[in-house]
Write a protein that binds this ligand. Structure first.
Ligand SMILES: [Zn+2]
Ligand SMILES: [Zn+2]
Length: 270
């Protein structure tokens, strides 16, 4: 089993709080074999300071220095694409201009509002409405893309949901939006892309993102490939619950854990 974290942020992301060097040192100490940086891009995000991509030359130079300093860690170059339906052409052109190993397709904004902005996003919506609206937007987003490698944190909507509910009701589950989620999962399977298991969910939701019911459905529809990411922004969360996520997916019937080099996929037995 290869220990890999395919979703991490450094100070080159607007909200990252660890340097590339701190990340690499910590990952090596934790026994990681491979790490993929997935800095944010959030084109057209309405909140000030969020649509602030890495300074590309600085970022790439920093990565080159880390390759020298940490030769025993495989460090890959990726981007977490904050999809904005209004700016897809520009986003694609930017991605094409970068020497990326990995593209992680993500969605934080629904109808122009980030689910993170709980006071605005959930206002006037029931849990069912807010979750379904998110699932519909996530399905539209994923189905609009072909050139990506893995789909990030399905169920992001639940992380900041302000509703009074049983802890087991908090995560987005397959039954919350079966049609939308099936459309999304079928698209991933048809293109033979990966489903991300975002292990930050264990602390915030009590299960990975996506919820096991969605992972199970992906496998049922023929999905076999996964990436695993802690979504760490600080060293204390690097590699957090990655082993646990891998165990859980293996128990659900998942087969492959994937890594990427210059967009070429390698598969490792789970
Ligand atoms: Zn994200
Ligand atoms: Zn992230």
């Amino acid at each position: 089993m290869r220990l890999m974290d395919y979703h991490v942020h450094t100070i080159h992301s607007f909200d990252g709080r660890q340097t590339v060097e701190e990340l690499c040192a910590r990952m090596l100490a934790l026994g990681a074999d491979e790490v993929c940086l997935t800095e944010h891009i959030e084109p057209g995000h309405p909140e000030p300071g969020v649509d602030r991509p890495p300074v590309w030359d600085d970022w790439l130079a920093n990565i080159a220095r880390a390759w020298e300093a940490f030769p025993t860690l495989t460090l890959r170059v990726g981007i977490e694409i904050g999809d904005n339906p209004l700016l897809r052409k520009e986003t694609q052109a930017l991605l094409d201009s970068l020497p990326l190993d990995f593209r992680l397709l993500s969605l934080h904004m629904v109808g122009g509002v980030d689910c993170y902005d709980a006071a605005v996003y959930y206002r006037g919506k029931t849990r069912a409405e807010a979750y379904r609206e998110y699932a519909a937007a996530k399905a539209e987003s994923v189905c609009a893309w072909e050139d990506f490698d893995s789909v990030a944190h399905i169920g992001y909507v639940a992380r900041y949901a302000p509703y009074q509910m049983e802890p087991s009701e908090r995560p987005l589950q397959h039954r919350d939006a079966p049609e939308e989620l099936d459309a999304l999962l079928r698209h991933i399977v048809r293109l033979d892309k990966c489903l991300e298991i975002n292990t930050s969910g264990y602390d915030s939701l009590g299960c990975p993102m996506p919820h096991p019911s969605i992972i199970r459905r992906y496998i049922e529809l023929g999905g076999t490939c996964f990436t695993f990411g802690s979504d760490a922004h600080t060293t204390d969360r690097d590699l957090k619950d990655i082993r646990r996520g891998m165990e859980e997916v293996r128990a659900l019937g998942g087969r492959w854990c994937c890594s990427f080099e210059q967009r070429r996929r390698k598969v490792w037995r789970l």
